[in-house]
Design a protein around this ligand. Structure first.
Ligand code: ADP
Ligand code: MG
Length: 725
């Protein structure tokens, strides 16, 4: 048996399961063995129903049946009763004074019950048990591969993430079947033994057994650490390769005189912050070297990344392309491509750039799915004008338009530059060397890359997902910004909040209301639930809370044009309250919107909440944020309180990592990391080790396919996933 083999060549799997497996990306033996348990449950305290005795505190797992309510014989007190069955026996259960319980659960429901065994011999029952609903029963240890070995003391069973058609239990048994059929026998560990020994990591065979069927918690942990290392290691190798490719490529060396630049920045209606100044200088230093820059600019919303982008773009577009050997230069300056994730943002950047460049003989183009524009217009040089895509593409290709701003439309094949020297990506994760190279097309030179993000992520995660980039922080807000006054709003406290927001609206301000994003059960019908929750909240606010204000919902099911229209109306103050989900249009600048209500705040990471409230810091008015939670949990309230005290998004991101677990990190989902990989992010040493080893491997074995074919294969697969978009 080989990892590459299709599962169905070794196991009989019915069509339903096959389909479900496909949905979660499991096709081969290897896919399944690398489908890791999400967690483990300890069942050392579980008893079989068949052996229970009177007076015992018991924990049992089973299925419910025969639930009904009745009145007790003498006392006439209401009782809910039924049975629990676990394969060994069936036992009665009774809840006194809680007759409604009988209606709450259906026959056949899987449960964990904890209660006292009462009654008399032959008529035992479980009295007032606590009930926990389960998706499936725990693994039946009798058919575990360890069954029969006398000394087995394993009480952990793995719990896998389930999907429609597949239970955790089924996954576990299928993995065991693979083990029995010898899946581990011919296995070769891709990780060199020297690395395993150095970091005390179990080899692949052992790790697979430990992770799927651990005898001890310690073993499971060691195995998980190994797989986490492995995952981060491959990513780091890929990043190191990207770095090597970029370093090897020719680029444009751009030398800028600071004096020259000062003339540009002195026109700004503000003084640059020290952080902005430093970032600009760092980028200019990168430009002046022989290697293409790969840099990430991380700064909270409102920290002024656009000014950094514009200033450095200016340095590029005022530079001439180098002379080819002996050839006469064909004119046209160096060019800049600036990509934004949405049309709204692309347009906003286009407008900002017009502000920054209107006094210069430098044209700016805009390309989005819904059309193209150019500044200045031939007819009115103070305004932009709509032009055809063909016309714009012609000017970009011959170098007449040095700055092109756009959405993803920028990287379509039909867009060709003459001398693309600088690519700026706003709020765009994962932009690989390939895409960068593709943008440059026929041009042999690798453009410099600046990736900008407001997503505060912890250092370890940045190391991993941006491993190929140098990182610069914009950790300073422009002077005079009023920090957001943040209030945690608990159950029953919304009246005050609404009163406050109403007074703000009366004073002429605007507000955002953010509804938590709902996970869609059916991925083919994306956004339908979220749309409903947003629309319902807008309706409720209109009818119950703010009847005299203009309220509009914005959601993902709208076309870009519809969204655009609403955002425009909001920025023109034709709308007072905008209701949206958290994913809609981060970064849009409406200075008059100074209030933000975030519903279901406990569902968000702190860093993400911070980013959301960043939308209201733009103006000169005092901004307010209300983090609304229905949670009564002390822990949740305390976690949210960090929002009131924290200084920056990065502080909150580290906080999230420590207190909430890496799975909740904003940016995690988009990172392409598995749950296990995200777990690894909590471990700085592990990430650093993977980074060091990866660098070493790439430096000393440039021909990875020859030296480490198994690793090369894994990295190549990763490449496909990470560069899909
Ligand atoms: P972000 O980092 O979120 O992209 P922007 O670049 O959109 O932030 O800047 C937010 C606002 O702050 C803009 O209106 C911009 O003109 C302004 N701004 C940028 N830098 C400064 C500064 N140093 N002082 C004052 N205002 C600034
Ligand atoms: Mg921005």
């Amino acid at each position: 048996m080989r990892f590459k083999d299709s599962l169905t060549t070794h196991l009989r799997i019915d069509a339903v399961h096959q389909k479900a497996l496909q949905r979660i990306g499991i096709e081969t033996v290897g896919d399944l063995l690398y489908y890791m348990p999400a967690r483990y449950e300890d069942i050392s305290d579980v008893q079989s129903v068949g052996v229970l005795e009177k007076g015992q505190e018991a924990v049992v797992y089973g299925q419910l049946s025969g639930l009904k309510s009745r009145k007790a014989w003498k006392s006439r007190k209401p009782i809910a009763e039924g049975y629990v069955e676990d394969g060994s026996a069936k036992m009665k259960i009774m809840w006194f004074n809680q007759p409604y319980l009988a209606k709450m659960y259906n026959d056949g429901t899987y449960v964990k019950l904890a209660g006292k065994v009462a009654g008399s011999e032959g008529k035992l029952y479980l009295s007032n048990p606590e009930i926990e609903l389960l998706d499936s029963l725990p693994i039946d240890r009798h058919d575990s591969i360890f069954a029969g070995t006398e000394q087995h003391d394993d009480t952990l069973y793995p719990v896998y993430r389930e999907t429609a058609g597949i239970t955790s239990r089924w996954l576990y048994h299928t993995v065991l079947k693979l083990f029995e059929k010898g899946a581990l026998e011919t296995l070769i560990d891709p990780i060199p033994p020297s690395i395993l020994t150095k970091y005390h990591l179990p080899e692949l065979k052992v790790a697979l057994v430990w992770v799927h069927s651990p005898k001890k918690a310690k073993d499971a942990e060691a195995a998980r650490k190994r797989f986490a290392f492995e995952e981060v290691f491959y990513i780091q190798i890929q990043k190191a390769q990207e770095r090597a490719t970029v370093s090897a490529a020719q680029t444009y060396t751009i030398k800028t005189e600071t004096r020259h630049l000062a003339a540009f920045t002195s026109r700004f209606p503000f003084a640059l912050t020290t952080a902005q100044d430093n970032a600009i200088n760092t980028i200019l230093t990168d430009f002046s070297g022989k290697r293409a820059m790969s840099r990430l600019l991380e700064g909270d919303v409102g920290s002024g990344k656009t000014a950094v982008a514009a200033t450095t773009a200016y340095a590029v577009v005022t530079s001439r392309p180098p002379e080819g050997a002996g050839k006469k230069i064909e004119y046209g300056n160096l060019q800049v491509a600036y990509m934004a994730p949405t049309e709204i943002l692309a347009k906003q950047h286009f407008e900002s750039f017009i502000e920054y460049f209107h006094h210069l003989p430098i044209s700016v183009g805009l390309i989005t799915g819904s059309g193209c524009m150019k500044f200045p217009s031939k007819i009115d040089p103070t305004k932009p004008t709509k032009i055809s895509k063909a016309q714009l593409m012609k000017w970009v290709k011959n170098g007449e338009v040095p700055i092109l701003i756009g959405t993803h439309a920028l990287i379509y094949k039909s867009v060709e530059f003459k001398h693309l020297a600088y690519v700026i990506i706003d709020e765009q994760h994962r932009f690989g060397t390939n895409q960068r190279k593709k943008l440059a097309k026929k041009d042999a030179r690798m453009p410099h890359l600046l990736s900008m993000t407001a997503t505060p992520i912890p250092r370890t995660l940045a190391f991993t997902i941006y491993g190929d980039l140098d990182i610069t922080l914009l950790d300073q807000m422009p002077a005079g910004r009023k920090p957001v006054k943040t209030t945690i709003v608990g159950p029953g406290q919304s009246k005050e909040m609404y009163e406050h927001v109403a007074s703000e609206l009366t004073a002429g301000r605007q507000a955002y209301v953010i509804c938590p994003r709902i996970e869609e059960p059916d991925p083919t019908k994306e956004n339908s639930l979220n749309m409903k929750s947003v629309i319902a909240e807008a309706k409720r606010l209109k009818s119950d809370v703010f009847p005299s204000w203009n309220i509009t919902a914005l959601h993902g099911k709208m076309t870009p044009a519809e969204k655009d229209k609403i955002m425009k109306q909001f920025s023109e103050h034709k709308i007072d309250i905008l209701v949206a989900t958290s994913v809609v249009e981060v970064g849009v600048n409406v200075p008059n919107a100074t209030n933000i209500i975030i519903e279901g705040a406990e569902r968000f990471g702190l860093a993400q909440l911070h980013q959301l409230r960043g939308r209201v810091i733009r103006g000169t008015y005092q901004p307010y944020c209300f983090a609304v939670t229905d949670s009564k949990s002390e822990k949740t309230r305390n976690r949210l309180k960090a929002l009131v005290t924290a200084k920056s998004g990065f502080e909150l991101a580290e906080h999230d990592l420590q207190f909430r677990g890496s799975g909740q990190l904003y940016g995690g989902k988009q990172s392409g990391l598995s749950d296990l990989g995200m777990e690894a992010i909590r471990n700085l040493k592990l990430v650093e080790a993977a980074r060091t080893e990866a660098k070493y491997l790439v430096d000393f074995h440039p021909d990875l396919i020859k030296s480490f074919p198994l690793i090369a294969e894994k990295v190549a697969r990763l490449g496909e996933v990470l560069h899909m978009e």
